[in-house]
Design a protein. Structure first.
Length: 167
């Protein structure tokens, strides 16, 4: 078995990984974790949210999570540990999230991203998201506008996502 194989799987609420999620977010984001450890602890046990994790030899490399809201979904977090940037981890996590959304009948995915986070904005654009609005002073520490992005998905995308995940 290849030890470099990346596994993407649903995160289970029974797993106690809040500290791991918090620490990774703190390393990955320029201004530290956008959520407190307490927020991660409370969020990761919610049954109305879905998170996927990327692992290699059971070691956490990244995660993605959000909420289904009828035919829409909100993407809350996409985090990849900095040593694993530029290794397609984020793309594979996004594909898993989109595939789940499609299977649940979602047609639109929304997210917010810091206006200054050009790297993330480029990534999301490549993933089919478009910038649709901004929220003034949405972020704190430091205060900054959020860019709201939207991605339209559907059954037509399912075959492309499955093909990309299997590669």
């Amino acid at each position: 078995m290849n030890s470099k194989v990346l596994t993407i799987r649903p995160f289970l609420q029974a797993e106690e990984r809040a500290q791991d999620f918090f620490d990774m977010a703190d390393r990955a984001f320029k201004y530290g974790s956008p959520w407190s450890l307490e927020q991660f602890s409370e969020t990761l046990v919610r049954t109305d949210l879905i998170f996927f994790v990327a692992e290699q030899n059971k070691r956490l490399l990244g995660y993605i999570g959000g909420q289904l809201l009828g035919e829409e979904a909100e993407l809350y977090l996409l985090v990849v540990d900095p040593p694993h940037h530029q290794q397609q981890v984020a793309s594979q996590l996004m594909e898993a999230y989109k595939s789940w959304c499609i299977s649940e009948g979602v047609k639109l995915i929304f997210l917010e991203v810091r206006a200054s986070n050009n790297r993330a904005r480029r990534f999301y654009s490549k993933q089919g998201f478009s910038e649709i609005a901004s929220r003034k002073q949405y972020y704190t520490k430091p205060a900054e506008d959020a860019i709201i992005m939207k991605c339209t998905i559907g059954k037509k995308d399912q075959h492309v996502i499955k093909k990309n995940i299997s590669n």
